[in-house]
Design a protein around this ligand. Structure first.
Ligand code: MG
Length: 262
């Protein structure tokens, strides 16, 4: 993390108007350590509590992730957090139901076909993660298969109309819609100061949304989460760089303290 003084300075506008402030975070690699099996990822101990506490003070607090909304609901639900899944394609409603962006519905079948084709064609070291409206192929277990995974998603994108998005040791095929973390953050944080924490390429669109918010005169904090795999751009564009999910937890606690101090 940069010096505590800078964090204090960055937090000052949030402290002055907590209800006019929004705090959003990515999940994997930001709040949860990266693990070989995506299904086993869990938020770092303490993360849910600090988000919960922030939600009690700020206008809106939430997680904007590439995970299916059901996963976010199961691990972070019931606490009044804004939960956006699949890069803004899905939302958990306050009642715990899953809402899908209407334009995405026609793509369900195309994505299912792509997932089935991937399971049949990709080598065993590449795992196919069916996420409903998107499909991810992971080569973390055998990074030597990165090229094979890339070649397959590229070819599949051409025949299906889906779009390739690179991730951490993975590629994802998504419907070609104007929907990403940036659009989710922009809509949910509209008119507010906005803080966002992220560690990966998919989080750059959220940083773009914060750039636009700053251009409108709102206070923003871009938090870049460092790891061996972090793209340079996320760190270069960050106002604050933290180390892994532990660093995110420290930052969120510092933000909470900044909002609480007399
Ligand atoms: Mg991430």
């Amino acid at each position: 993390m940069v010096s505590p003084l800078s964090v204090v300075e960055l937090v000052a506008p949030f402290r002055a108007d907590p209800l006019g402030s929004a705090v959003f975070s990515d999940f994997d690699g930001t709040l949860a350590p990266i693990v070989d099996d995506p299904a086993e990822a869990r938020p770092l101990a303490g993360v849910v509590d600090v988000l919960d506490a922030l939600a009690g003070r700020c206008g809106i607090v939430g997680v904007v992730s590439g995970r299916p909304a059901t996963f976010l609901r199961d691990h972070l639900g019931g606490r009044g957090l804004f939960l956006s899944g699949l890069y803004g394609l899905e939302l958990v409603t306050p009642a715990g139901e899953i809402e899908v962006v209407r334009e995405a519905a026609p793509w369900v079948e195309v994505v299912e076909e792509a997932a089935a084709a991937g399971e049949a064609a990709l080598p065993p070291g590449v795992s196919v993660e069916r996420k409903g409206l998107t499909v991810a192929v992971h080569f973390r277990r055998d990074p030597s298969l990165a090229r094979a995974a890339e070649a397959w998603v590229t070819a599949r994108a051409e025949v299906s109309g889906l779009v390739v998005h690179p991730g951490r040791m993975s590629y994802e095929l998504r419907p070609p819609l104007e929907c990403d973390k940036g659009s989710a953050v922009a809509a949910a944080g509209e008119g507010r100061n906005v803080c966002f924490l992220g560690d990966d390429r998919g989080d750059l669109s959220a940083f773009d949304a914060l750039d636009r918010a700053a251009g409108e005169g709102r206070a923003v904090i871009r938090v870049g989460v460092q790891s061996e795999e972090a793209p340079a751009e996320i760190l270069e564009r960050a106002d604050v760089v933290v180390d892994g999910p532990e660093g995110s937890l420290r930052f969120l606690n510092a933000l909470l303290e900044g909002l609480e101090d007399p």
